[in-house]
Ligand binder design. Structure first.
Ligand SMILES: [Zn+2]
Length: 336
């Protein structure tokens, strides 16, 4: 329905402008970012963090259902897999996942090939597993952790795919990496970096999203923020670009409180970006901080701030767009 309306509107616009030179596509990065909406995020998250997926514990039926949801989304969107046609799963053997896990699990991968520099890849990641359910049946829905990052990635992928359809696709490639096994020890991202689909030396950066739908109680009076971790540790270019993109397009407060090397929470080491950072790939970790429902059965979709989450997802989209389309490839310039 939405797509039909867009087409009709475009035809009207073109015919109204026909006296002028109206051959170029008017749609720009701001328009694409605007397709990432609170309503769409909410629709995805109520399913993805619903009881049917039983808390998405690595190796369980709930996790497999979640993987299928992701795969079906990419197939519906016409976004390819980088592994094999119609195979979006990077299977991780149970033996890799620690003693408690008896079933294999899978990362879910989709990608958009760059139009000019397809060999240069940006990896967006979010873990889609969570901690499952208790023996009494109580489900840990993990709406914020990390349903929020997962569905944000779906909407970001959809926005890029719209750009591709208009002939405005990214110059560099984008890998959408939904990792499993995070809650039990960052296994999915570790496995990917040990078995990368694209060479790590051509992986420009990893933008990792883990919890972007809530507000840290410390920020209750100023919720227009997101914590950024890691952006300046390996690449000054990435850090500057991220700052500039935010100022130009989004205007969130970028808070670096947890980026401090001496921060006792050590969040830099606690989500999937770290497996990229330890391979000298520049990273940014997007994070809202912890809250009273963190790792509790009460982390449910009704408590998510969808408008704020959409804004944060748009920041990640715009940052990805910039890395993908700028003239120069970003580098780990702090290693030089
Ligand atoms: Zn998490």
């Amino acid at each position: 329905m939405k797509y039909v309306l867009v087409v009709v509107f475009t035809i009207l616009t073109l015919s109204c402008n026909s006296a002028q030179n109206a051959n170029t596509k008017q749609t720009n990065r701001v328009d694409y970012a605007a397709t990432i909406t609170a309503a769409d995020l909410k629709t995805h998250l109520y399913t993805f963090a619903g009881d049917a997926f039983e808390g998405r514990m690595t190796g369980t039926d709930g996790q497999k259902m979640a993987a299928e949801y992701l795969r079906n989304f990419y197939m519906d969107q016409g976004i390819a897999s980088p592994i094999d046609e119609n195979n979006y799963y990077q299977v991780i053997p149970a033996s890799y996942l620690g003693r408690r896990i008896t079933n294999d699990s899978e990362n879910v991968l989709a990608y958009i090939q760059g139009s000019e520099k397809p060999e240069e890849v940006i990896v967006l990641s979010a873990h889609y597993d969570h901690v499952g359910k208790r023996e009494d049946g109580t489900i840990y829905n993990g709406a914020d952790d990390d349903g929020s990052g997962t569905v944000a990635m779906l909407e970001i992928a959809e926005a890029f795919q719209k750009a591709v359809k208009d002939g405005n696709g990214p110059k560099r490639s984008i890998l959408f990496l939904h990792v499993t096994g995070e809650e039990i020890g960052l296994y999915g991202s570790k496995y990917y970096t040990e078995n990368p689909v694209f060479p790590l030396e051509n992986t420009l950066c990893n933008l990792n999203t883990d919890m972007i739908g809530r507000i840290d109680p410390d920020k209750a009076d100023n919720p227009n923020y997101i914590y950024l971790i890691g952006s300046d540790k390996l690449s000054e270019e990435l850090h500057q670009l991220s700052e500039e993109v935010n100022k130009t397009y989004i205007n969130l407060e970028l808070d670096y409180k947890f980026n401090d090397d001496n921060d006792p929470n050590r969040f830099y080491y606690r989500s999937d970006h770290y497996n990229f950072a330890k391979n000298n790939i520049p990273v940014i970790f997007y994070f809202n901080g912890v809250h009273e429902d963190y790792h509790k059965p009460t982390d449910t979709p009704d408590k998510i701030e969808y408008e704020l989450m959409a804004k944060r997802a748009q920041l990640i989209f715009q940052t990805t767009w910039e890395v993908a389309n700028r003239e120069e490839r970003i580098t780990a310039d702090k290693l030089k």
